[in-house]
Every structure is written in C-alpha cells, then in structure tokens.
Design a protein. Structure first.
Lengths: 143, 451
C-alpha cells in the first residue's frame, strides 16, 4: 500500500538528485536546400535539442563566407527575416526545429553550387556545450 | 452490545477491537468493489495476451506468406483506401516478413483497421479498429458504459489497495496453528476458505497493489493530475519541437493518434506548413534516421501538423518516437526513453510492467497470476461468507467497542484517500451513508440491539 505514496514521493527526489550531465546538444537531421552557382545565399535546417538551457552562438562552414542564424516572423502579414544577434536560445530538453518557413541557418555567399545529394559540413558553436559538426544533405524534401 | 459468535476466525479467541475494525472495513470494501475488481481482473488478464488472442481470432488478417521485397507503402495506402474509403490516420509497418501491414482508416462509421499484404499490396480484410481486444479494453476501463463508470475504475483501484492493506492486518499471525502460508482443512469447511483467502492475499497482495497503482495513470482524475504535475515540473518527456516565432505552436485539435504514449497525451503535435509528403517517403526517411521496424506512422488530421513515427517494442527502454515535418520530412524531434524526465520514466515503466511487456513471458505470467488471485480471493470471500451467513441479514462484522481501533484504520486509509482523491470522495460518501443508516436503525430500535 506504500507503493503509490512512494512513487509520488520519489518524483521530486529523482528530479533533484539526478546530477546534471555534461551539457550537450543533439543535432538531428541536418539538410540544406540546393543553390545554383553564384547564388547569394542558401538555407540550411536542422533540429537541436540541448540537455541544459543553452544557446547556439555561431555556425561556420568551409563552403560559405559566413553563416547567419535567422529568425522568421510575420509582421503585419509580411514575412520578415532577421539575424539572431545574440544567438539562438535553446531551452532545456526541448527539440528546437530550424525548419523551412521558420528559423533557419543562412549560408551567405556559398563558395560553389550546392547540388542535391551533396553534403555540407556545418560546425555549430554553443555557449555551454562543446561544438558539434554535422554533415547536412543537400535536398529539396526527403527523397 | 456483544454479538454472540463474533470471534477471530482463526483461533476462536475473542476478536480484538483492532481486528474488528479492519475486518468490518475489509468486508464492506470487498462487498463494494469485488465485482468490479473481478471484471477488471478478467478483462486485464485477457488483455495481457492481446497479441496472441488477435493472432488466433484474426489469423487470416494477421499473417501473410513470407516473401522478399515489398510493395510501396503508398500502394498499401491506396489499396486500403480503395477497400475502405475514408481518411488514412495510421499505418503500421511490420518487422517480420510473414506479418501483414495495418492501415487505420477513419470512416463515417468509425475507425477501421485494414490489413494489407505488404509484399503485393493486396487487401486481406478489415475489422473495426482494435477488434475484439478494443472491446475488452473498454470493459477493463469501464468506459464501455460511459465516462462516469470510467471514474469508478479509479475508486475500485484505490479500494483494492485499501483491501490489501486491511487484509494484511487481518492475515497477521495471532498464534494460530496454520493459515499463515499454508491452507488448513477441506473445502467443505469454512476454515479452508478463510485460509485460502488469507494465503492467496498474502502472496498476490503485492501484485494487486502494483497493478492498482500502475493502472492509475490512465484514470480520469488521478491520471490527469499526475500528467499535469509531471509536465509542469519538467519530469515528463522532452517537449515536442518548437520553431519560428514564439507562440506559433498550435494549441487547437487534441485527440491524438492512438499509438501515442501516455506521457505525450498532454503535448500537441508540432505545426508545420504546406502539403504533406507521401507515406512511403516519410517511412523511408524515418528508417534512414534509424527507426527500427515495426513502427506506427500517425498521419495528422490537419495538413501542416507533424507526422509521428513510433517504435513501441515491449521493453520501455527501446521505445522511440520521431516527429517529421509534413512538407519536407525533416525530423523535428527524436524522443527516446533515456531523454524522459523521472516522472515519465517511472510511469511509463509502470505501464510496461502492468501490461506484462517489460520482462518478457515471466512478466505476463506474474500479472496473470495476480488476475487469477483476484478471482480466488473473490470466490473464497463469497464462500466464506456463505458458509456462515446469518438468516435475513447481511452478516457484516460488528463495529468494535473500542473506537480507538479506528485510529489505526484511519492511519491506513487516510493517506490513500489523500493521494487518490476519488478514494477520499467515496470514503466520505460511504461514511455518510453508514452514519445515516445507523442513526435510522437506532431510531427504529431504541435498545440499539442491532448493528
């Protein structure tokens, strides 16, 4: 008869004593849209899940001059893109999707054309977690 | 007012006040909940073996000739929708080559499961979604009779715990020469049934309490509260993904697909714009991301909402759910047991054990033994009472002279009444009725000779 009480009593204990693991960010399913030669920009997307409150500070790739972290918002019926100047906040244990039509990574001045099937290395730097390098597939949608 | 013949049944010594108080409660609690508890044990016992039962009843739908190569899941969907017109809500891809694929179609007349041979997209047949075991499940939750009986489940589960607790006190050896772990006498004697009841209760008590406690997360009041507390404190599953401008999340339309795990039932599926990809593309991408078969793909009712693909094997540690953007197929979340908060971990584990999945066949057998024990307890209780039934009266144990005995009873019951609010509510109803009845009896018989 003590089981349900124990179960309830255990919840906060478990929550409190589970010692914080090393901060890491899981980067899931990275991909970029194709870009023709000389295109000024290319969009890249992925889903980030941090195990602690963290922040995506910057992104680099050898295939572009630089990478901006963009937010997209609707402002009076107009879609606006803005750079996240202080990086992108990643709430703990929440899958944050940078996806088509919403937040995304913008490759500025790609050094060459990005064709479907290629991969783009992206190195993500975080405030707390160690940097992560992912290989983003170039595609339009899933094949 | 001593009632002649009221003795501790084990050794013939006069019953103590404590014994009487617990016996009285055990008797009344049993009277009220045992019929429902026996129904739940029967249906729950059957449900433990749902896969085996489905395989026997629906054999022609469940199995196909094992072959190499599969038709496209899009062909499965097209064939299923041709056979049963409606909206596709779920597609289950089997792991074994001799198993059929199941496609759930929502029609005007309810959901139907259409079984398709995955090798050639031939429709094998269709049944109401869930088939016979779905009915068994609604009987188990009493929701077959509506939302109010569904609340009763919580009351019964709570009182089952009270019965085990009071039963242990009654079982507690008081110097008798048996009936502790052994059964004395023969079935013609009451003593045999008393011992059978006590010994069964002793061995099965822990399983019954476990089943009652781990069944609570499904219940309407306690379950909803627990889910809320778990979600609010971040003890649940990681949240479904967010994206874009804050507040973009869609909080309309609940009623998620049936394959969603317990702790996700509070979470809305994430939103995404534009037309959906074909089923085959979604399945291929889920498998590219390492989702093992079998898995169930849930197709949202609104375009723009994310798809989910869930791998739900027996062991809770191996469960995995992917959320995929409907338009691009991008994985929006990848949720595994390891990422759950402590609340979701504890409760989902409890559910897996409750359903006899977590530890393989032994797990099923232990839970099934608990169900059989409930029947043994019910039958032995009834026989025990029958063998000593008084004429024209219920024959409930008399209330103890020493009211202090109730303090101990309260120490057992009140914590349960606090943890399980419906147990508390039913307790108040029962006490109120009892007081009113006894007042009425006392008025009828001023001598107070009747309890």
């Amino acid at each position: 008869m003590r089981t349900p009480l124990l179960l309830l009593a255990l919840l906060p204990v478990l929550a409190a004593c589970g010692k914080a693991p090393a901060p890491t960010v899981q980067a899931l399913d990275p991909w970029c849209r194709p870009a023709g030669a000389g295109a000024p920009t290319a969009g890249c997307y992925l889903t980030l899940t941090a195990n602690t409150d963290d922040r995506l500070v910057s992104v680099t790739t050898p295939l572009a001059a630089r990478v901006q972290i963009h937010s997209t918002s609707m402002d009076g019926g107009v879609m606006r893109m803005r750079e996240h100047e202080h990086g992108l906040p990643l709430p703990r244990d929440r899958a944050y999707a940078l996806k088509a039509g919403a937040d995304h990574l913008m490759l500025i001045a790609p050094t060459r054309a990005l064709a479907e099937g290629e991969t783009v290395p992206l190195t993500l730097t975080f405030e707390k977690s160690p940097p992560v390098t992912v290989q983003a597939t170039v595609r339009l949608t899933v094949p | 007012m001593t009632t002649p013949g009221l003795k501790s049944p084990a050794d013939g010594a006069p019953a103590g006040g404590l014994y009487r108080a617990f016996w009285r409660w055990h008797f009344y609690a049993g009277l009220l909940v045992m019929p429902v508890l026996m129904l739940m044990a029967l249906t729950g016992g059957l449900y433990l073996f749902r896969t085996n039962i489905d395989d026997v009843i629906y054999r022609p739908l469940m199995f196909v000739e094992a072959r190499a190569g599969q038709a496209s899941p899009d062909a499965w969907a097209a064939a299923a929708l041709k056979a049963v017109p409606g909206r596709l809500v779920e597609a289950d891809r089997p792991a074994d080559a001799d198993r059929s694929a199941r496609l759930v179609v929502e029609t005007a007349g309810g959901r139907r499961s259409v079984y398709v041979d995955p090798h050639d997209a031939r429709v094998l047949g269709d049944i109401p979604d869930g088939g016979v075991m779905a009915t068994v499940k609604t009987l188990h939750s009493l929701s077959v009779a509506g939302p109010i009986p569904n609340l009763l489940v919580e009351v019964v589960a709570g009182w089952a715990i009270v019965m085990v607790a009071t039963g242990v006190v009654l079982w507690w050896p008081r110097g008798q020469n048996g009936g502790v772990v052994t059964v004395r006498s023969t079935p013609s004697k009451r003593l045999f049934w008393r011992d059978l009841h006590a010994v069964t209760g002793l061995f099965a008590g822990a399983v019954i309490v476990f089943l009652a406690a781990t069944g609570m997360p499904w219940s309407a009041v306690w379950g909803a509260q627990a889910r809320k507390i778990v979600a609010e404190n971040g003890w649940g599953r990681p949240s479904a993904p967010t994206s874009g401008p804050a507040g973009e999340e869609d909080h309309s339309a609940h009623g998620g697909p049936p394959a969603r795990p317990w702790s996700l039932q509070e979470t809305d599926l994430p939103a995404a714009p534009a037309a959906a990809l074909p089923l085959a593309a979604v399945m291929r991408h889920a498998e590219d991301l390492g989702l093992p078969r079998p898995y169930a793909v849930s197709i949202p009712s609104e375009t723009g909402k994310a798809w989910s693909a869930s791998h739900m094997p027996d062991r809770v540690e191996d469960t995995r759910t992917l959320y995929l953007d409907a338009a691009t197929g991008q994985a929006l979340a990848d949720i595994r047991y390891g990422q759950f908060g402590p609340g979701a971990k504890a409760i989902e584990w409890g559910i897996a054990v409750h359903q006899g999945q977590q530890f393989g066949p032994i797990n099923k057998l232990v839970m099934a033994a608990g169900c059989v024990a409930v029947w043994l307890l019910g039958i032995s209780a009834l026989t025990m009472w029958w063998k000593r039934r008084p004429k024209g009266r219920l024959g409930a144990p008399a209330a103890p002279e020493d009211k202090r005995a109730y303090a101990w009873l309260a120490a057992v019951v009140i914590p349960l009444a606090v943890v399980y609010p419906l147990v508390g509510a039913s307790l108040i109803v029962v006490l109120g009725t009892d007081l009113a009845l006894r007042a009425a009896v006392r008025r009828l018989r001023p001598q107070g000779a009747v309890r």
